[in-house]
Write a protein that binds this ligand. Structure first.
Ligand SMILES: C[S@@+](CC[C@H](N)C(=O)[O-])C[C@H]1O[C@@H](n2cnc3c(N)ncnc32)[C@H](O)[C@@H]1O
Length: 264
């Protein structure tokens, strides 16, 4: 019996291959029914092999949980959370081509209950919904306003757990940071392990969509500053965090947002 006779809703091999090619190039190299979406990926089985290294840090059973995957790309992590039983999985991305990849991949893998929508991280407030797990992997350094994005996630959508990853460069050591520095004490900033965000004016790795690359200390400090405690990590630059009180939160919401409605 052929694969299609076994399951008539299944996409035939030739049609699947044609759809994968039509939606390429793929950043997520996913095995769809024996066909890899990016067989020449420079990282090989990516992000599958990376996920294996930190997957045990996440609950094995996500039954009843609500998951938001921000910058979902072709939906690898959305599918993995649905595979663990999550009740609701919403993947958002600002690129329609990646969303089309996510819809194809999740369908080919048999996970039809995932919603994918075009929404920027800067607009998560429009969802009006909170999630037990927010996934924010590999997006921070693509943003011109990274701390604003973390603030918006904390303020509008993060209920409990945050799965976070950022590309990092610079010192891997985290320098001990004093609660305050005197104006006449400038040397602390030259310390390699002091929190630093490296600004990219032109391109990084031939990609102009990279804007800020933190060192490890800045990654961790920004998470804390946005109101997340780090529960575990880093594994491959990945952190599992929990929503916590926002520092200086009593002084009012930190996240500001431009008026999209235009001036009157
Ligand atoms: C390096 S990929 C990471 C994909 C996936 N999260 C992962 O870790 O494998 C960055 C993704 O973020 C998306 N992205 C970039 N800017 C965004 C924004 N402002 N809002 C939502 N997604 C964004 C890109 O389209 C892309 O799919």
């Amino acid at each position: 019996m052929s694969r299609l006779q076994q399951d008539p809703d299944r996409i035939g091999e030739a049609a699947l291959r044609a759809q994968i090619d039509a939606l390429g190039p793929w950043f997520h190299n996913i095995n769809l029914d024996g066909i890899w979406t990016a067989p020449d990926h420079f990282l090989g089985d990516y992000p599958g092999r990376k996920f294996q290294r930190f997957a045990p840090a996440l609950p094995a059973d996500m039954t009843g949980k609500r998951v938001l995957d921000i910058g979902c790309n072709a939906g690898f992590y959305s599918v993995e959370m649905k595979r663990r039983g999550a009740e609701r999985v919403l993947g958002i991305d600002s690129d329609d081509r990646y969303l089309a990849q996510a819809r194809l991949a999740s369908k080919a893998l048999g996970f039809t209950g995932i919603e994918f929508a075009n929404l920027s991280v800067y607009d998560v407030g429009a969802l009006g919904e909170r999630f037990d797990l927010v996934i924010f992997m590999g997006v921070l350094y693509h943003l011109r306003h990274p701390l604003l994005a973390l603030d918006l996630i904390r303020e509008h959508v993060a209920n409990d757990m945050l799965l976070f990853q950022s590309l990092t460069r610079g010192a891997k050591d985290v320098a001990p940071i004093k609660p305050d520095y005197d104006f006449n004490e400038p040397d602390a900033f030259a310390e390699p392990g002091y929190p630093k965000l490296h600004f990219i004016e032109r391109e990084f790795a031939h990609d102009w969509t990279n804007w800020w690359v933190p060192n490890r200390a800045a990654t961790e400090a920004m998470l804390r500053a946005a109101g997340f405690t780090i529960e575990s990590g880093p594994h491959d630059e990945v952190y599992v965090c929990r929503a916590a009180p926002v520092p200086y939160g009593d002084w009012g919401p930190a996240a500001v947002y431009p008026n999209k409605g235009g001036s009157k």
